[in-house]
Design a binder for this molecule. Structure first.
Ligand code: CTP
Length: 418
């Protein structure tokens, strides 16, 4: 009989089994999360060695990191009279993970400097390098950081997207290091066997989130969509092996997966343009965004002043992205739309399926409790062009996305057979 703990359903297996990972910690407040990161990497089966920049030792103690990693932690090119062989370290590793990566280290790596152990190991690396940036939003948005980031991408480094949330400055914004569990999941997905996944080698397009239509420099017309459902769909498609382009409207949420490439947009017109560019190579397109149907006819250059008792706005129709992709759809391309309804749900959804030339429509009724914008859960009905109507029970958006993607796989199979 085998002893040991049985794996509970939903519990992750040791997906990083045998992987040798160097965690390079640099000087950012997010360094306080690295003992937990080390613990999760080890739990996933990795052999972890930690190196640090001198500045990072002020944010987290080397003792804590050596205790959790069970190996000595190095932060200098030499310890006394012993030289730390950075070339050996760079060659030993299956992956180098720079987390958190401060703005300073990012500039050093982009510029090829070599004035500390982290930089030296980075320059000696013969393996994939993952960079998890962490900084305040203003630093994150600065053109210098943007340039360094694209320089690192050009070198082939893999950037783990930052998250949105509370920052060290006390402000809320983008620039926070991805949560340790998301970083580990990212590495696990990267190293998972991609060849035998059902959507390997295929491209998918997903739209998600709201759009903002500017009225003047400080105001817009928008909606309450958070993009949660669309992001869950992008992740479910990526998990099945697809390379996903996620065209994402303004939201604080983000997707963290090595096969998801996010294109941030603001307006319906920008979303339309991004989709037009990707659609011709997409085998599967899922349009989950809550796109504005109308935009202001004119955008005021200056802030609109409060004058009379009433203000009339003139609005013009935006392009219907789903319809326009439906009109140019080639055989073999699968197009999925959403229908957000508050009355005559099934009838309206069927109409959208037909007029927009979609293969599948996901009906979202705002009347259902626990369904709709911002909720963790959703309740949807799938309607395909063969007339099948499949209601799904109330469930988390992640699980619903999984069900929808399973159905997409079924439909693709039918198309291939026909
Ligand atoms: N959609 C789109 N471009 C638009 C409007 C909607 O691509 N300009 C897509 C949505 O992403 C969704 C589907 O069309 O997949 C249906 O969106 P919905 O808001 O339910 O319907 P509308 O076509 O906007 O019609 P109505 O608002 O009258 O229900």
């Amino acid at each position: 009989m085998q002893h040991g703990k049985k794996q509970e359903p939903g519990e992750r297996s040791m997906q990083l089994e045998g992987k040798k990972i160097i965690l390079a910690v640099t000087g950012s407040i997010a360094a306080y999360k690295t003992p937990e990161l080390v613990r999760l990497l080890i739990k996933s089966g990795a052999d972890v060695r930690v190196i640090m920049t001198p500045a990072s030792t002020q944010f987290v103690s080397p003792l804590a990191l050596s205790t959790v990693s069970k190996h000595k932690v190095h932060s200098n090119v030499s310890d006394g009279d012993a030289w730390n062989n950075h070339v050996e370290m760079g060659r030993w590793a299956d992956a180098i993970l720079v987390a958190p990566c401060s703005a300073n280290t990012m500039a050093r790596l982009a510029g090829g400097l070599c004035d500390n152990l982290v930089c030296a190991v980075y320059l000696s690396a013969a393996c994939p390098v993952f960079v998890a940036p962490a900084m305040d939003e203003d630093m994150w948005m600065h053109p210098a950081t943007r340039r360094n980031l694209s320089q690192l991408q050009e070198y082939g480094n893999i950037i783990i997207p930052v998250e949105h949330g509370e920052l060290a400055s006390g402000l809320i914004g983008a620039g926070r290091m991805a949560q340790p569990e998301n970083i580990v999941r990212y590495l696990e997905e990267y190293f998972s066997d991609r060849e035998d996944l059902p959507l390997s080698g295929l491209h998918a397009l997903v739209t998600a989130g709201p759009t903002y239509e500017r009225l003047d420099p400080v105001r817009f017309i928008g909606n309450f969509s958070t993009g949660k459902m669309g992001i869950a769909l992008a992740e479910a498609l990526a998990k099945k092996g697809a390379e996903v382009t996620l065209v994402l409207g303004p939201t604080t949420l983000s997707a963290v997966h090595p096969r998801i490439h996010t294109v941030p947009v603001e307006s319906a017109a920008q979303m339309y343009e991004a989709c037009q560019e990707v659609f011709p190579r997409a085998a599967i397109s899922v349009l989950a965004a809550a796109v504005a149907d109308y935009r202001p006819a004119n955008k005021a250059e200056d802030k609109i002043k409060k004058t009379g008792d009433a203000l009339e706005l003139s609005l013009v129709k935006t392009t219907d992205i789903l319809s326009s992709l439906g009109a140019s759809k080639r055989s073999g391309q699968l197009l999925v739309g959403f229908a957000l309804e508050t009355s005559n749900e099934l009838e309206n959804a069927r109409k959208k399926l037909a007029t927009k030339n979609a293969d599948l429509v996901i009906l979202n009724s705002l009347k259902d409790e626990g369904a709709g914008f911002g909720h963790e859960t959703n309740k949807v009905t799938m309607i395909d062009k063969e007339g099948n109507v499949i209601p799904l029970p109330l469930d988390t958006k992640a699980r619903i996305a999984g069900e929808i993607v399973n159905y997409i796989l079924k439909l693709r199979h039918v198309e291939e057979v026909v």
